[in-house]
Structures are given as C-alpha cells and as structure tokens.
Write a protein that binds this ligand. Structure first.
Ligand SMILES: Cc1cc2nc3c(=O)[nH]c(=O)nc-3n(C[C@H](O)[C@H](O)[C@H](O)COP(=O)(O)OP(=O)(O)OC[C@H]3O[C@@H](n4cnc5c(N)ncnc54)[C@H](O)[C@@H]3O)c2cc1C
Length: 385
C-alpha cells in the first residue's frame, strides 16, 4: 500500500531494507543459535547512521520522528527482530532522556548514542514488579550531591551491552508509583553490576540481563526531570514507543508471510503447488490483510505522535495489541503452511514463530494494553472523537 511517505522516509526505508536483506538476514540464524550479541551488525547500523534516526539534530542526530523509527523497526525485524532490538532497545532507553532530560544531560549522553558508540537500555521491571510498578523495590537515597541506588532490575533488553541506562527507582517508598524517579546510570559506575543473562524462547540475539545496584553512587545531576515524576516519564515513554513495538511485530509478520508465500509457490503436493489450494490461498489472504491493517494502524498512531497530538495512550496501546496479536497469528499460520518442515530448525519459519510472542508481552502485556484502551473508552464515553 502507498503510505504517501516523503522522499526522506522512502530513503530511510530503503537503507534499512538493504541492511536487513544484505547484513541481518544472512546472519539471523547464527545469532539465534549462538545466543550472541550482534556487535558486528551494530557497527553496520552505526555506519549507516541508523542510530541517528531517533536523536534530534542539535545532538548529532537526524531529528526524525516516531514514524521513521517504526519504518526502521519494521524493516530490520522483517529479517530478525532480535538483532533489531540492539537499535530499538537503545531508542527505548533514550526516550526518557529525550522527554525530560535537560539540555546539559542531552549534550552529555545523546551524541554517543547517535554515533552508535554507546547503546542504551530502559530499566523498570523487577522480580516483583512487572505489570504493577508499585512493586518496585529499587531505592535511590539522596546523599549530598549523589544518589545511592540499591536493588535489582530484571529482564533488561541490552543489559550488559549498553553503556547508558534509564533506571527507575523509588525516592519515596511511601508514595508508591508516585514516589518513583528516573535516573541515568552509566556502565562502569562502582556498585553497578550485571547478573544472569536469560536463556529465551525467541529474540535470542538480544541480550536480556539483570542489573544489580549495590550502594551505587551516581551524581545527583543524573536525575531525569524532578523527583517523583519517574512513573509519568515511564508512561509517556511507552505512549511514544509502543507503536515501535507494533512496527517490530509488523516486521515479524511480514517476514513470516514472505517466507510462507515463497514456500507455498514452490512446495508441490497432489501434483500441484500448494498455493493453488484455496485453503492455503485464504490463509495467505488473511495474513496479508491483517499485516497491512497492523502496519496502517501503527503508521497512523506514529503520525499522530509526530504531529504533537495529546491523549495518545489508548491509540499507542491499541496499535501494539493489534500488531502483536497479528504477528503471533501470522507466524503461526506461516508455520502451518510449511507443514512439518515448518517445525524443523533447518527452516527459517520457526524462528519467526518464537520471535513473534514477545511483542505481546513487553512494554506492557496485551492484557495491560487492553486495560489502557478500555479505561480510556470508559473515561471518554459520550465525547466526540
Ligand atoms: C525478553 C524480555 C525483554 C524485556 N525487556 C525489558 C526492558 O528492556 N525493560 C524493562 O523494564 N522490562 C523489560 N521486560 C519486562 C516486561 O516488560 C514484563 O515482563 C511485562 O511488563 C510483564 O510483567 P511480568 O512478566 O512480571 O508479568 P506479570 O505482571 O506478573 O503478569 C502475569 C500475567 O498476568 C497478567 N496481568 C497482570 N496484571 C493484570 C491485570 N491488572 N489485569 C489482567 N491481567 C493482568 C499479565 O498480562 C500476564 O498475562 C522484558 C521482558 C522480557 C520477557
């Protein structure tokens, strides 16, 4: 479909698509099998200026919007969403800094991210605090010109590989989520260590690690925004990044569909290609229709964000739900089209099936997204839209 992209948006899509085809796709199986972080591909992204897409021009970026991040997310994820996460996890980790960081903080950290010299990560989740951030136990205590952090974050994308972490910790436990504050913590700060690396179902090229803070002293200048605004910063971040998870899901769906279509044309049974059977044709038609609808939805929400629209939460949540449910369904059907071969690791399709699932879980599970949509529907019932 023609999304009336600008010349610049078409160029960035072509750049990401070429890298996905020529560099990511040929190595996707290797990184998946070896559970290794794709540093050599990160260097290719950096040389192509892909990390500059989400950084403003004044901090050495290209100053592009959420739509351009979605385009890049989709193209890279079409080849391998685990590898794409080195970039997307950095975009997520940078977002609190972009939203509430001071000019001084931005000058200090963003140019390194723009150049791809450093990756970023976003650290909210803990063992007892997943969907419910009121369970966060990591504490940040003010001590003169420093904050002292204690606690453990779990399942942090880019954990251990990133240099710059947006960390959410409580500065006032009596206030629950309203007592949370956001901080930048740099790798190498004494008292900041990494725990176990997770062994995962999918996105295996992405590093998911524990972050451990043990009397970790960080400069008070690393507080992002004001004390007590961390929860709002995290939610504002998700409003802007959930369409990018949606776009990641669209990429996974499109990649699975590409493989299924090629296989259906080539595989013969009953003396003819299986693509000639209506049962297969209807599956392909539904997969293509759902994928296109998910893409259109994510792009529309991304455009809303880029135009400065307010009250985005419902739409960001809804497009993430729709796209991630689509990715899981399309990848399941794609595997079905491959029949028994689809179940085998020598074929590429089972990886899409494994990679699709996470998009229904992270940056808020789809149950939580549906809650966001429903609460906003109820709150605004009867108003003109
Ligand atoms: C591979 C991976 C990478 C991740 N990367 C990051 C990262 O970079 N940074 C980060 O901070 N976090 C990250 N996460 C954490 C992720 O965001 C959480 O796993 C997610 O928010 C859900 O939390 P939970 O797993 O504790 O599930 P829980 O909150 O324990 O939920 C369990 C189940 O209960 C349901 N549920 C919970 N509350 C409700 C409710 N009110 N109504 C209905 N159903 C409900 C959930 O939908 C889910 O089905 C990552 C997770 C994974 C697996």
């Amino acid at each position: 479909m023609d999304y009336l992209l600008t010349e610049e948006q078409r160029e960035i899509r072509k750049l990401a698509r070429d890298i996905a085809r020529n560099t990511v796709a040929p190595q996707a199986e290797y990184y998946d099998r070896h559970d290794e972080f794709p540093w050599d591909i990160v260097k290719v992204f950096a040389r192509a200026d892909l990390f500059r897409v989400f950084i403003p021009e004044e901090y050495d970026g290209l100053g592009m919007g959420i739509l351009e991040i979605c385009i890049v997310a989709e193209e890279l994820s079409r080849a391998c969403s685990g590898i794409a996460l080195a970039l997307l996890g950095t975009a997520l980790g940078a977002e609190p800094l972009l939203i509430v960081g001071s000019d001084e903080q931005k000058k200090k950290f963003l140019p390194r991210l723009a150049a791809g010299e450093a990756l970023a990560a976003f650290a909210l989740t803990e063992a007892e605090a997943g969907s419910d951030p009121s369970g966060i136990r990591t504490r940040a205590r003010r001590d003169g010109d420093f904050y002292v952090l204690n606690g453990t974050k779990q399942w942090i994308t880019n954990g251990g590989e990133a240099e710059i972490y947006s960390v959410f910790a409580s500065t006032d436990p009596s206030r629950g989520p309203r007592g949370l504050s956001a901080f930048i913590v740099e790798k190498g700060t004494p008292g900041f260590e990494f725990g176990k690396k997770e062994d995962k179902l999918g996105i295996r090229a992405s590093a998911t690690r524990e972050l451990i803070f043990n009397d970790c002293r960080i400069p008070a200048a690393n507080l992002l925004g004001k004390e007590g605004t961390g929860f709002i910063t995290a939610m504002r971040t998700f409003d802007r990044t959930r369409p990018c998870v949606g776009a990641q899901a669209v990429g996974v769906a499109q990649g699975a569909l590409d493989h299924a279509l090629a296989y259906a044309k080539e595989r013969r049974q009953f003396g003819q290609p299986i693509s000639s059977f209506q049962g297969i044709q209807f599956m392909l038609a539904d997969m293509a229709t759902q994928t296109e609808a998910a893409r259109a939805f994510c792009y529309a929400v991304a455009r809303m964000i880029d135009s400065g629209a307010k009250d985005l939460s419902r739409y960001s949540a809804a497009c993430k739900v729709f796209a991630s449910d689509t990715a899981v369904q399309v990848a399941t059907d794609a595997l079905q089209i491959f029949g028994g071969y689809g179940y085998m690791r020598e074929y590429p399709i089972e990886k899409y099936f494994r990679d699709a699932k996470i998009t229904q879980i992270y940056e808020g599970t789809n149950q939580i997204q549906r809650q966001v949509v429903a609460l906003d529907l109820i709150r605004t019932a009867g108003r003109e839209t």
